[in-house]
Design a protein around this ligand. Structure first.
Ligand SMILES: Cc1cc2nc3c(=O)[nH]c(=O)nc-3n(C[C@H](O)[C@H](O)[C@H](O)COP(=O)(O)OP(=O)(O)OC[C@H]3O[C@@H](n4cnc5c(N)ncnc54)[C@H](O)[C@@H]3O)c2cc1C
Length: 462
């Protein structure tokens, strides 16, 4: 029934929406707008949510208008940069989706070796743009992931062994906080916020630009070695042998999946980013001689070529469900259990992805930034993937693959891989940093309006 009060509210809302539209440089999309359906889709086809409105922002001022509007009208906020959230946090039913996908400028100052990047730029765009100057910073390994989400959670990738995690290379953030103010967070301005943003996720506001330290990068030794999955019991042990003694310059990941035209496989992806590629050859020789691999595509290449070769394909509309866990030093039993899960994958596109975490990123003190998980480890992600339907078999498989590893897993997981594990999972990810994060959260977002994330509850202030 349309009551007078409801009619008045609708009229006010329509007027308010029109006013917001008028203030924004970008678009404000409501259901029915021609690009509304495109804009609400995330990369993971599993999420089909309908926001009340989508603010396709062009600049920080647009973001501030959207935050203030959402706050005044009690709309739940979702923030989207690259749209790769594994839990679909970046789209919300009935709320305000703040879409930063059009904010993707990358400005490189080659002389100062810095880049100012808007959060909708992807990891691949940053790698490609900085490579034109012979420079790079640490990004995630997937070209289509957004710099916004990947940086705020920590950022792990091929260069972390040499240059640290992505957050270790951030010099400043521009951020719109819950009060609608546009602030800078750096070592000199709001240092508490700067500390929290380096790993604390989307808890503290909407980041609208990030300044990164860049480093010189020459050719790397990079590519992949393919082994039949049947060879995994020995080849995966060889991978652990290689990575547990690896120099900082080498990062190697292992993936168990089905490779088109090859079959079930263990794929070892490696990037040796040191200046002496002959040393890289020596380091990688045991892996490349082992077996030998059915295909060895490791070769000297430009960093950007290696990066693009190793990026996972993202097929539009494909649905995924992930579970993940941390392994410190995998025992023989743990390796065998992981391979058993790989053999039981219910669909060829499903996979187990083992990310190596080591080197410079592990020598930053856990309390130096919000990103606490600093010891050398492997983050293992079980990804169930399916093209249509509910994906029940794939989802169940991801849970079983994780449950099987429970006896071997260690506490705490990289927040960007964390599933919906409630406050306990978030506390374990941040460890001793959690309480300090909760205090900073209360300072900048007391009402927890930024809660579609691995949420840090504001500390009680009185
Ligand atoms: C295929 C795949 C490969 C991956 N590989 C890696 C990897 O190699 N290394 C790695 O570190 N991670 C990796 N990840 C994890 C990835 O970093 C996270 O999923 C990350 O959150 C995605 O960022 P996004 O901007 O694309 O996602 P979005 O869905 O846009 O954002 C995810 C969440 O981050 C927060 N957020 C995003 N942007 C902002 C912003 N500007 N201001 C405030 N909050 C914001 C919000 O809470 C948002 O809901 C991978 C994920 C996938 C799906």
């Amino acid at each position: 029934m349309v009551t007078e009060t409801n009619r008045a509210k609708t009229l006010i809302d329509i007027a308010a929406i029109a006013a917001l539209k008028g203030r924004m440089r970008g678009e404000l999309l409501t259901p029915g707008a021609s690009s509304y359906d495109d804009a609400r889709r995330l990369v993971n086809g599993r999420f089909n949510r309908q926001p009340a409105m989508i603010a396709r922002c062009r600049n920080a001022q647009d973001v501030a208008h959207a935050v203030i509007f959402a706050r005044e009208h009690g709309l739940e906020i979702a923030v989207r940069s690259g749209g790769h959230s594994v839990l679909g946090y970046s789209v919300v039913d009935g709320g305000m989706m703040i879409d930063l996908s059009q904010m993707r400028q990358i400005a490189v100052n080659a002389e100062r070796r810095i880049a100012r990047v808007q959060p909708g730029a992807t990891n691949g765009e940053v790698v490609q743009t900085t490579a034109a100057y012979g420079l790079a910073t640490t990004t995630g390994t997937c070209a289509t992931v957004g710099m916004g989400g990947s940086t705020l959670g920590g950022g792990i990738g091929w260069l972390m062994g040499r240059f640290g995690a992505t957050v270790d290379n951030v010099l400043a953030f521009e951020i719109v906080t819950a009060d609608g103010e546009i602030r800078t967070a750096s070592a000199d301005e709001h240092p508490d916020l700067f500390w929290a943003l380096r790993g604390g996720g989307g808890n503290f506001g909407v980041v609208t630009a990030i300044t990164y330290q860049l480093h010189q990068i020459g050719p790397v030794l990079g590519g992949m070695a393919l082994f039949p999955l049947a060879a995994a019991p020995l080849a995966l042990r060889q991978y652990y042998h290689l990575t547990s003694a690896a120099p900082d310059e080498l990062i190697a990941h292992a993936i168990m999946t089905t490779v088109p035209d090859f079959g079930p496989a263990l794929v070892v992806q490696a990037v040796y980013s040191g200046e002496d590629l002959a040393e890289g050859d020596r380091v990688l020789a045991p892996l490349r001689r082992f077996g030998p691999p059915a295909a060895d595509l490791i070769a000297p290449r430009s960093y950007v070529e290696a990066y693009m070769m190793l990026t996972p394909p993202t097929l539009p509309g494909l649905a995924y469900h992930d579970t993940a866990y941390t392994l410190r030093q995998p025992s023989d039993a743990a390796i065998d259990a992981m391979i058993d899960s790989a053999l039981e994958r219910p669909s060829p596109m499903s996979l187990i992805n083992i990310h190596q975490f080591h080197g410079a990123a592990t020598r930053v003190a856990p309390e130096a930034t919000a990103f606490a998980l600093r010891e050398p480890h492997y983050s293992v992600v079980n990804i169930g993937a399916w093209p249509e339907g509910a994906g029940e078999a794939e989802t169940t498989w991801t849970w079983m693959a994780r449950a099987r590893m429970a006896p071997y897993a260690s506490k705490g997981l990289y927040v960007n891989f964390l599933g919906d594990e409630g406050e306990g999972g978030v506390r374990e990810a941040y460890r001793a940093n959690y309480d300090r994060l909760a205090v900073i959260k209360a300072r900048y977002d007391e009402d927890n309006i930024f809660r579609r994330n691995q949420n840090i509850k504001p500390a009680a202030t009185r």
